[in-house]
Design a protein around this ligand. Structure first.
Ligand code: GLU
Length: 494
C-alpha cells in the first residue's frame, strides 16, 4: 500500500512549534517510505477561523523546506484540500451514514438542551446526549418518515449513533492497543445546523477519501480515536494506522509548552513571526536546518549518540521505533546549541545569503564581509548573535571598565607602545603573531598581559575571536589608531 500521510492544521492562528513538529514527523515518514506528504486545511469551524493563518502555515513549511506533495496551493488527485471547499462531499457521506443507520438527525432546540445541561450540572453531572437518554429527545430515531420530512425544515444537526455495551479497540503504533467501553461516549455531533461537518466527521471522511495510510498527529487527539474508529466501522471502511506523538512539555514543571512560557522566559514558540505579538525562531536567528533538527529531537531519537542531522539524513533515518511515548521537554539552550552546530557546517558564502547577516554588515567594506563571517561564525548560536559579535569591526565599543581597571596596574600603556612600534615595522600582518610572541618572550613581558592589553585596545573587552585575525580584519591603520586610543585611555586612568 502506498504511504500517504497528511498534516491537517486548523487555520486558527499561528502554528505552534508542536504543530510544525507534527508536520515534520509526517513529512519524514512520507520521505522514508517514498510516499506522499499532504497538506489539508481543516477550516470547518468558522468561529475559530483566523485570517492569514493558512498563508502563515504555508510559509512556515516553505521556510524549513517541507513542501507538500499535495495541498491547497499545488492541488493533487484527491482535492479539494481545504475542507470548506468540500461541503458537498460531506453532505453525500452524512446521507450515506444515516442510511446505514450509523447516524441520525436531531431536531432539539437550543433551549431544551441548555435546560438539560443545567439540570445535569445541578446534580454534579456532565450532560451527555447518548444511548441512555436519546429516546427522550427530538430526533429521527423515534419519528416517522413524515415527521422527519416536516422537521427537516427546521434547524437540525446530525449525531453519531453510539451503540452501548461494546468494547472499542483501537491501536496506536506508539502506544499499542487501547480499549474503551462505548458506553462512555456520547452521540457526538457530526454535522452542525449550518451544514458544516464537525472535526471528527470531516477528518475521517477526508482521511478515507484521500487514501491516508497513516495518521500522525499530536497526543491531544488520542481521546478522539475511539470516535473515529466508530465512524470507520459504521461506514464499513478500514481505518488507517495511527501514531500519536508525545506532548511538548514546558522547560520545567508540569504541563504543555505554551506561548506564555515563551513570553515569560524569552524564547519563541512559533516558527516565524506572527503579527506583532509573536516572534518566531526565524527572527530569533535560527536557520531552517538547525530549527528542523531540534524539532526532530523533540520526541524522537536515532538510537545512537548522534544528534546533529541534516533534513536529508533525517529523511533516511527517521523511524517510528525512535518516537518516545512520554512528553518531550522543550529546552531553548539545546535548540540554540543545535542551531550553532548547523551554523558551523555552513560556509561563510552560504551564511552571507542570509538577510539578517547581510544587514548587520552594512557600513563595512564589502571586500571583508566573507572574511569577517568566517572569523565570527564559530561564535554564533543564532544569526542574531552576529550583531554583537561584529560590533567591534565598526567601532571600538566602550572599554569594559572592569577588565581595563584590572589591567591598569600592569602598565598596559607601556606594553601597547612597544606593540604599536612593532606593528608599524611589520610588513605582513600575517606574521604578527610570531613576531609579538618572540618579542614578549625575549623581553620577559607577560604574554597574558600583552594579549589582554591588545584585545582591550582592539575590541574593548576580553572576549572575541582570535586576536591576530582581528588585526588582519581591521588592517594596519585601524589597528594602530585603536592602540593609540587605548594608550590615552590608560594614561587618563592613571
Ligand atoms: N485539525 C486538527 C488540528 O488542528 C487535526 C487533527 C488531526 O490531525 O486529526 O490539529
Amino acid at each position: 500500500m502506498e504511504t500517504r500521510v497528511r498534516f491537517a492544521p486548523s487555520p486558527t492562528g499561528p502554528l505552534h512549534i508542536g504543530g510544525l513538529r507534527t508536520a515534520l514527523f509526517n513529512y519524514l515518514f512520507a520521505k522514508k517510505n517514498k510516499g506522499a506528504f499532504i497538506l489539508r486545511v481543516e477550516d470547518t469551524d468558522q468561529n475559530r477561523y483566523v485570517e492569514g493563518s493558512e498563508e502563515y502555515i504555508q510559509k512556515s513549511l516553505e521556510w524549513v523546506g517541507m513542501i507538500p506533495d499535495e495541498g491547497p496551493s499545488n492541488g493533487g488527485n484527491y482535492g479539494p484540500y481545504r475542507q470548506s471547499d468540500r461541503k458537498d462531499i460531506y453532505k453525500e457521506y452524512i446521507d450515506l451514514l444515516i442510511q446505514k443507520g450509523g447516524a441520525y438527525y436531531a431536531f432539539d432546540d437550543a433551549d431544551t438542551l441548555t435546560k438539560e445541561r443545567a439540570k445535569a450540572e445541578s446534580n454534579g453531572k456532565t450532560f451527555l446526549y447518548g444511548a441512555q437518554n436519546r429516546l427522550n429527545f427530538d430526533n429521527s430515531l423515534q419519528s416517522n418518515k413524515e415527521e422527519i420530512a416536516e422537521k427537516m425544515n427546521r434547524d437540525y444537526v446530525v449525531r453519531l449513533k453510539v451503540d452501548p455495551g461494546k468494547t472499542i479497540s483501537v491501536y496506536d503504533e506508539i502506544r499499542g492497543a487501547i480499549h474503551l467501553d462505548s458506553g462512555l461516549l456520547d452521540d457526538k455531533i457530526l454535522m452542525k445546523s449550518d451544514g458544516m461537518p464537525t472535526y471528527h466527521f470531516a477528518n475521517v471522511v477526508d482521511d478515507h477519501l484521500m487514501k491516508i495510510s497513516c495518521v500522525i498527529r499530536g497526543e491531544e487527539w488520542l481521546p478522539s480515536l475511539p470516535i473515529h474508529q466508530l465512524l470507520y466501522d459504521a461506514f464499513g471502511w478500514t481505518a488507517p494506522q495511527f501514531m500519536h506523538l508525545p506532548l511538548i512539555l514546558k522547560p520545567s514543571g508540569k504541563g504543555k509548552l505554551s506561548k506564555r512560557d515563551g513570553d515569560k522566559e524569552g524564547f519563541p514558540v512559533f516558527p516565524m513571526k506572527w503579527e506583532e505579538n509573536g516572534s518566531g525562531f526565524k527572527e530569533n536567528g535560527f536557520i531552517a536546518e538547525g530549527f528542523i533538527n531540534y524539532l526532530a529531537l523533540l520526541g524522537w531519537n536515532s538510537g545512537t549518540e548522534q544528534e546533529i542531522f541534516s533534513l536529508e539524513e533525517l529523511e533516511t533515518l527517521f523511524n517510528i521505533k525512535g518516537v518516545q511515548k512520554g512528553g518531550a521537554r522543550f529546552d531553548y539552550e539545546k535548540a540554540k546549541w543545535v542551531n550553532h552546530q548547523h551554523i558551523q557546517q555552513m560556509s561563510a558564502a552560504k551564511l552571507y545569503e542570509q538577510e539578517s547577516i547581510r544587514e548587520k554588515l552594512e557600513g563595512i567594506d564589502p571586500e571583508k564581509h566573507i572574511e569577517i563571517i568566517d572569523l565570527l561564525k564559530e561564535r554564533l548560536f543564532t544569526l542574531e548573535d552576529f550583531e554583537e559579535e561584529v560590533s567591534w569591526v565598526k567601532e571600538t565599543s566602550p572599554y569594559d571598565e572592569k577588565a581595563s581597571s584590572k589591567l591598569q596596574s600592569k602598565d598596559p600603556q607601556k606594553i601597547l607602545k612597544e606593540v604599536s612600534k612593532i606593528i608599524q615595522e611589520t610588513e605582513q600582518l600575517n606574521d604578527l603573531k610570531e613576531i609579538l610572541m618572540g618579542w614578549a618572550k625575549a623581553n620577559e613581558v607577560p604574554m597574558g598581559v600583552m594579549m589582554q592589553s591588545l584585545r582591550i585596545a582592539l575590541v574593548g573587552k576580553l572576549s572575541g575571536p582570535d586576536l591576530f585575525q582581528i588585526c588582519l580584519v581591521l588592517g594596519k591603520d585601524v589597528t594602530l589608531n585603536r592602540i593609540e586610543r587605548a594608550i590615552s585611555h590608560f594614561n587618563l586612568k592613571n
